[in-house]
Design a protein around this ligand. Sequence first.
Ligand code: NIG
Ligand code: FE
Length: 412
Amino acid sequence: MTTLIINIKELLQVRKTSIAKVSGAEMAILPTLKNAYLVIKDNLIADFGTMDNLPETDADKTIDATGKMVLPSWCDSHTHIVYAGNREQEFVDRINGMTYEEIANRGGGILNSAKKLNESSEEEIYNQSKARLEEVMRLGTGAVEIKSGYGLTVDGELKMLRVIQRLAQNYPITIKATFLGAHAFPLEFATNHKGYIDLIINEMLPEIAKYKLANFIDAFCETGYFTVDETQQIMEAGIKFGLKPKIHVNQFNSIGGIQAGVKYNALSVDHLEVMTTEDIEALKNTETMPVALPSCSYFLSIPYTPAREMITAGLPLALATDYNPGSTPSGNMNFVVATACIKMKMTPEEAINAATINGAYAIGISETHGSITIGKKANLILTKPIPSYYQLPYAFGSNLIDTVLIEGEIFA
Ligand code: NIG
Ligand code: FE
């Protein structure tokens, strides 16, 4: 099956040779090709160029993209889209003055979602989660990481990971799974942290590894959740089972989680709303991708990741949604890109790089996703006719997506 896309107003994120990520000043450069064509063969990008060089092809299908932009689909490297029910009441409680912390302290927050998840059947959770997955695919996401972490019991965590596995089997989008048993301490372990960590390491991890249910290991390293020391124990155990760390750090406090992540060669450190100079320093010359989650900052009214300082320091940066029922009930990468420009002062070029190639790096798939490169997956966004790609962040509330292609097929 060969598909030919012609008359593309501008093809974005064109990379002749595959790159892993972009850092610092390189982030300001978004290579593009105007008046372009693109050939898709066997679900992969087979060729591209300018219309004056359009080759003769025996295309089965031709898509006319006059006036439209074509770009690689978003790589959302941090989500919790497998969950049960919602936390609308907590949202209203926060409007009425309670803080996220106060809600968690009264047994709400993550524990509230864990209760709902453990009371729901695997089928129910699958059905709710697949609706969210389809929604984000229509919004242009072509690769997604999904975490467990609302089970907090052996059964609950395995149930979540099986739902993620089933989504990966049933949908053409690339899905990576992260085990986040260390998301919060369940009530019965409130005064016995060691007991819960032992449960994660000795009971959950071996089962997860046995059934190959996860690619990555995560922990919520934060005051009131997992200490740096506990996070290190979790990362170390995960690594023994072949799971690379990707961790939640510096959401509310800077307690040394970044340094711990770097020490264990984490693929990414995520959140980073609160960053010290030492934290930025620790990330320099490492393989660890910093990931910002601006729609979480927006929803909780907490600081935004200091992107400018980080990019000026030469660091790379990825953008992801954090889609979850408590801190970010939205999986819209278009909104994330716009918010990064509006609130974090990232340029459109930087934000698009952060949401494509750097997002792909943060889930270990930049060899196959995140840019227009021959041989990469044909996971693409075709925009509506727009004057320039600046429109993507500028017209922040509009849906500018016309067509989404996943593995070369139109996803409707
Ligand atoms: O990434 N910060 C930790 N975990 C999630 C939110 C958890 C929740 O409130 O359900 C996050 O924001
Ligand atoms: Fe998260």
